[in-house]
Design a protein around this ligand. Structure first.
Ligand SMILES: [Zn+2]
Length: 401
């Protein structure tokens, strides 16, 4: 029996549930080739229905908002967005751009054009796209530094626009006296270079990996695990040895760090919910094909726990609140969300290209309900990636007042 089998994505992941069981038909002919008898030796059984956690309204908003932002930036052609519930790991929306028309998928000419497209429309960037996290990584660095006692709210450094040691890397501005709140709000590199130099990257990645960066998210679909920057990765892959200067770039989310948009959402969720890393999932329930009765429901699962103090949790929430409320380039996009929003922008360097734009945020500040990550390849400014995220949050709070 010929069946259409999903080759990727949900149909593939849930094939065994959706498929049911083929029947076996017996057909008997007479000497002239006429059918004289036809019956099922085994009756076919319908597959069950799979219900997903995807919220169709949020999904449509995410797809439209992502496309519209990418279309508005000259150098940008691709990106991804994910929205999850930070208290369960349920995926509410997941979109990648460019995408393709599933109804034309079996047309050979169309399929070949997808293969040849340099913007790789068949790549699901939300799960398979691996990106430097840029400054979105600074939240994990802050948490590690606070918990390890390397910084506290009294810690200050002076930003003159350049770091005064090693290869003297630069900042994105001249920020003067900077503490952890302003370092996060202004995304001051100097503050984070100094953490990187003092701690080196390994104690930091121990935290960020437990939070979800460089770990499987748990989603039922095929995903990449990414790359945790550090001496170990270099050694394993026979690359240039890790140098002290690399600790500095790694502390601002560059060097070899590479993570997927969904991983960033899981990481941010683990931070804002107070330290629980929930497995990401899109399976909500399996229901009977005819009656729609629930046969089984997904049970929320904890992948890991990271313990940190409520004081340090508060510092991060407040600082990320300031990123949105105190920076005009970011703030303008969130004015219609209706609740307080926190987050972190990132502008990540990519060799030979315009910078990638990232935003990873949550709402509301007290008791977050949604975490949204957006990445726009060659999106130039981090805050451009906050626009689609804002639209998704706006839709969410309009729907679930
Ligand atoms: Zn600075």
């Amino acid at each position: 029996m010929d069946c259409f089998v999903g080759i990727s994505g949900c149909e593939y992941a849930f094939e065994s549930i959706l498929h049911g069981q083929d029947g076996k038909m017996v057909i008997k002919y007479d000497d002239n080739g006429n059918i004289v008898e036809k019956y099922y030796e085994t009756e076919p059984i319908s597959g069950n229905d799979v219900y997903l956690t995807i919220d169709i309204d949020i999904q449509i908003t995410a797809e439209d908002a992502l496309k519209s932002s990418i279309d508005g930036i000259d150098s940008a052609n691709a990106g991804a967005i994910t929205a999850i519930d930070p208290n369960t790991g349920a995926v509410l929306a997941i979109a990648s751009y460019p995408t393709y028309d599933l109804t034309q998928y079996s047309n050979e000419e169309y399929y070949n054009s997808l293969l040849e497209d340099e913007n790789t429309p068949m790549l699901n960037r939300a799960l398979q796209g691996v990106y430097a996290p840029g400054s979105t990584y600074k939240i994990g660095v802050s948490l590690a530094a606070l918990e390890l006692g390397d910084v506290n709210t009294e810690t200050q450094c002076t930003c003159t626009g350049r770091y005064d040691a090693l290869h003297r890397p630069s900042c994105n501005g001249v920020h003067g006296a900077v503490d952890i709140y302003t370092a996060i709000q202004e995304s001051c590199n100097i503050f984070f270079y100094s953490i990187g130099e003092r701690l080196s990257i390994e104690p930091i990645t121990q935290f960020t990996q437990k939070l979800g960066l460089g770990a499987k998210t748990g989603i039922e679909l095929s995903e990449r695990v990414g790359t945790v920057a550090g001496p170990e990765f270099r050694k394993e892959n026979k690359l240039e040895a890790w140098a002290q200067g690399d600790d500095l770039s790694a502390a601002i989310g560059q060097a070899d760090h590479g993570y997927t948009p969904l991983q960033l959402s899981v990481y941010m969720s683990s931070i804002v919910n107070g330290g629980t890393r929930y497995s990401a999932h899109i399976l909500d329930s399996v229901r009977h094909f005819y009656t729609k009765d629930i046969i089984s429901s997904y049970e929320v699962s904890v992948a890991d726990r990271v313990s940190f103090t409520s004081e340090n949790h508060r510092i991060l929430i407040d600082s990320m609140g300031r990123v949105v409320s105190e920076n005009n380039e970011v703030k303008r996009y969130f004015k219609n969300v209706g609740v307080s929003v926190g987050g972190k922008t990132g502008t990540a360097e990519v060799n030979g290209q315009e910078d990638n734009a990232l935003f990873c945020g949550f709402a509301q500040l007290e008791a977050p309900k949604i975490v949204v990550t957006c990445i726009i390849e060659e999106g130039v400014h981090g805050y451009y990636a906050s626009e689609p995220a804002a639209k998704v949050m706006e839709k969410y709070f309009e729907k679930y007042k």
